[in-house]
Design a protein. Structure first.
Ligand code: TYD
Ligand code: MG
Length: 457
């Protein structure tokens, strides 16, 4: 029988040490040794397998003869969640749900567990809260099911025993940082513990074909292993994002073996937990003041879904030497670039201005297609001239002030038309297959200067 041993493996050069050291003696890097489980045979010798023994274990198959296993996905009564999973829950998939503490991971997973209990036996392992605490939360969420089982346990051996005795059809582990293997000396939450425990759950998911959800906290310091170390191991990585003091929560897929990445689901945290937001654009635009300066509407794409969001900007003369730049919801470097292009190419002189940019709804926009809307909002605030209220804006801004084409333009235009926008500003270079969007007037422009002339009233 193979014995479990631990070794310390340098994460930089891969050398193995019997003891922990602060500095790797081979490559000289500090703090790179991580405790790792190794399996050794009782004699300690490497087992030599003959070629004969290897052949016959696995056989190469022609691609054309492999039966395509059409996953029978479980559809949850939550469309936003199904969407993020790529169209329902795949049997045997290992799903990691990461997010800051307090963002609502336990709440979401308890709601999902209750929904899954309609399909079969669900086991919710809570390492962070006692069964009573989970019960209190369930009462608050008005959840009750006799097929939903709560286990408050952190020891992997005990967990595995339970799983062997009564295998569930769905498993939730809250959180992967609290469970531990006794064989490892390092504390729960360390890289090796998290990786090894997740490996066991992966074996279970694949071996028994049950979907397993792992909850993981994102941590900024390296001391506790965050979900990052697990990303390669799991099938799907979802992040629950949002600001604590805002009600909206975004569930974003950053990796998905069974669907598109960057797909988002939008939820609202309320008194009875998270509820779906099926029409997010309407909500993001609800509080907009139509003729205020410094506001523009961008048509962004999150995964496959177009979203209209309001971008607000404020430029005000700085009273200190160094002007401040604050970016909320867009990348800071992108903002600095747009400020430079506005100053240099179109004479919107922001060098002595404090600049604040905010994306409404707590959304984080990562695609450059919203550049033009950010630039328009900035110019609008600087010149105290509002952006036309019926105008939606799409386009990437280049360093020469030229506008560049963006992807999936038709999807974006449809959403803008659906929400009642009359005109859309877009780069002249976009290729439109469908030449007309009946209710939407398309204003094609080549440069940032031209765009601002049209946008500002
Ligand atoms: P929680 O799911 O415990 O977060 P996590 O597991 O990610 O650490 O939820 C945290 C917050 O959600 C908490 O501050 C209270 C709030 N909340 C509500 O607003 N409504 C509710 O119905 C519930 C259960 C929680
Ligand atoms: Mg929690």
């Amino acid at each position: 029988m193979a014995k479990l041993r631990t070794r310390y493996v340098c994460q930089e050069c891969g050398s193995t040490q019997p003891k922990w050291m602060g500095r790797c003696p081979d490559c000289g890097e500090w703090n790179t040794l991580v405790e790792t489980l190794v399996e050794a045979t009782s004699s300690g010798a490497v087992v030599q397998r003959s070629a004969q023994a290897v052949i016959g274990r696995s056989v190469p198959q022609p691609l054309t003869e492999i039966a395509a296993d059409n996953y029978r996905r479980t559809m949850l009564p939550m469309d936003e969640f199904n969407r993020v999973l790529g169209g329902g829950l795949v049997p045997g998939s290992l799903i990691l749900i990461g997010g800051d503490p307090g963002i609502g991971k336990s709440t979401l997973l308890l709601q999902i567990s209750a929904a899954l209990a309609a399909e079969g036996h669900v086991l919710y392992i809570s390492g962070e809260e006692s069964a009573q605490q989970v019960k209190l939360r369930a009462d608050r969420l008005q959840i009750s099911s006799d097929r939903l089982f709560i286990l408050s346990e952190t020891n992997m051996t005990a967990i595995m025993d339970h799983l062997r005795q009564t295998p569930p059809q769905f498993l939730v582990v809250d959180s992967i940082q609290t469970v531990f293997l006794e064989e490892l000396q390092s504390a729960p939450g360390s890289v090796s513990q998290v990786r090894e425990c997740a490996g066991r759950f992966q074996g279970l998911a694949k071996g028994q074909n049950i979907p397993v959800f792992l909850i993981g906290h994102v941590t900024k310091t390296g001391t506790i292993a965050g979900p990052r170390v697990l990303e390669h191991l799991v099938d799907t990585v979802l992040y629950l994002e949002g600001e604590r003091f805002h009600a909206y929560r975004l569930l974003r897929s950053v990796k998905n073996r069974f669907g598109a990445t960057n797909e988002i689901g939008i939820f609202e945290m309320g008194d009875v937990g998270l509820s779906e937001v099926p029409n997010p654009s309407e909500i993001f635009l609800a509080e907009r003041l139509p003729n205020a300066s410094g506001s523009a509407i961008a048509v962004t794409l999150e995964g496959t879904r177009p979203l209209l969001v309001e971008i607000q900007a404020l430029a005000s003369t700085t009273s200190f030497g160094n002007p401040r730049r604050t970016a909320n919801g867009i990348d800071m470097n992108r903002l600095l670039l747009l400020i430079a292009v506005l100053t240099k190419r179109v004479g919107v002189r922001l060098a002595d201005q404090d600049v604040f940019v905010n994306v409404i709804g707590g959304l984080q926009i990562n695609e450059p297609a919203s550049d033009l809307a950010v630039a328009a909002a900035l110019a609008s605030s600087f010149k105290s001239r509002p952006v036309a209220a019926d105008l939606a804006i799409v386009g990437e801004v280049g360093l020469s002030g030229e506008l560049r084409a963006v992807s999936h333009i038709e999807t974006r235009l449809k959403e803008a038309a659906k929400l009642g926008f009359k005109r859309c500003l877009l780069p002249a270079s976009v290729q439109l297959k469908q030449s007309q969007f009946l209710s939407l007037e398309l204003l094609k422009v080549r440069s940032l200067g031209e765009a601002l002339d049209i946008a500002l009233v």
